[in-house]
Design a binder for this molecule. Structure first.
Ligand code: 1BO
Length: 317
């Protein structure tokens, strides 16, 4: 498995198991299967509401000798209600406790959006906290402390645009070591890719299969279904692979890490096997032409009237 190398020599396997939307009762089996078939990277977050289950499965798998702790990369994320520096450490402690770990390999600020403490999803704009009240630089300083103390090995962000990455690069002591963002053929983000390459900030692609299984309330009525895309199907046929495998392989061919989520054992296995799938230059060119700047996860609920956030502030400014 190819890896992303960090300055201290740590290596993150580029293909990991995503756990967003893995329902209670399913996450355990998904993680167990993943470790069994050879995954060495699991992507988690407290907002996925399954970290305790993931932790149980991990502990059982490690205790059963299916892998060594040092051979499994675990990422988790700071939820939006814990941006206040005084909440950062308790949030990490809860995650470590749930995952039954002493140290996380990578800890990410999940969104550049802050909520009031205890809020999972804001029921009204008044529950959103403006960034001038809880600046990202202060949250980041608290993340840096966790890294300095060795509670987390690496720190990064998720859903950050270029100006927000630059802010942390300029103001922080540690530059972001990862940006986890939505990336797939319908949202290829070429400017972010070249900025990240130039700056040496690795990217992880989330929703690489188009997030078809997210709640209907998060879906636009007319959204395109990536897994039904004819070009992807044609390429899949020529390689005797599945469309999902083509999508995973495409992400790896662009040198991004990728975290497809599945709870179906055969799909978990197939997604891993996609690391062996070689796409041709023609395949890559055909997929490049599919970009339509289409974002599945818009965070629209957090930019309703009265919110201190706007779509362009989250994604562009
Ligand atoms: C709301 C969670 C988005 C994916 O990490």
């Amino acid at each position: 498995m190819r890896t992303i190398s960090f300055e201290n020599g740590d290596e993150m396997p580029m293909l990991g198991l995503g756990t967003w939307k893995s329902a209670p009762g399913e996450a355990h089996e998904a993680v167990t299967t993943a470790i069994e078939v050879g995954y060495q990277h699991v992507d988690c977050a407290p907002i996925y509401k399954n970290e305790a289950e993931v932790g149980e499965a991990l502990t059982e798998s490690l205790d059963a000798g299916m892998a060594d702790r040092d051979d499994v990369w675990i990422t988790s994320k700071l939820w939006n209600d814990s941006h206040d520096p005084k909440h950062v450490r308790p949030a990490l402690e809860q995650t470590l406790d749930d995952l039954q770990l002493d140290v996380l390999d990578l800890y990410l600020v999940h969104w550049p959006v802050a909520f009031e403490r205890g809020v999972d999803y804001p029921s009204s704009p008044s529950k959103l906290v403006p960034l001038d009240e809880t600046p990202l630089t202060e949250t980041w300083a608290a993340m840096e402390e966790l890294k300095a103390e060795g509670r987390v090995r690496h720190i990064g962000v998720s859903n950050f645009n270029v100006p927000k990455l630059q802010l942390l690069q300029e103001e922080g002591r540690v530059a972001p070591e990862m940006n986890q963002i939505e990336l797939h053929p319908y949202l290829q983000q070429p400017e972010m890719l070249s900025f990240a390459r130039e700056q040496g900030i690795p990217l992880t692609a989330y929703s690489p299969l188009g997030s078809y299984d997210r709640p209907d309330s998060m879906k636009a009525d007319d959204e395109p279904t990536l897994l039904d895309e004819p070009t992807i199907h044609e390429i899949a046929e020529t390689h005797d692979a599945s469309p999902a495998q083509v999508l995973v392989s495409w992400a790896l061919h662009r040198d991004t890490a990728v975290i497809p989520k599945s709870t179906t054992p055969s799909h978990i296995q197939q997604n891993l096997e996609a690391a062996e799938l070689e796409l041709t230059n023609d395949d890559m060119e055909a997929i490049a032409a599919l970009d339509r700047g289409y974002r599945y996860l818009t965070a629209e609920d957090w930019t309703v009237e009265g919110s201190p956030y706007t779509q362009s502030q989250i994604w562009d400014e």
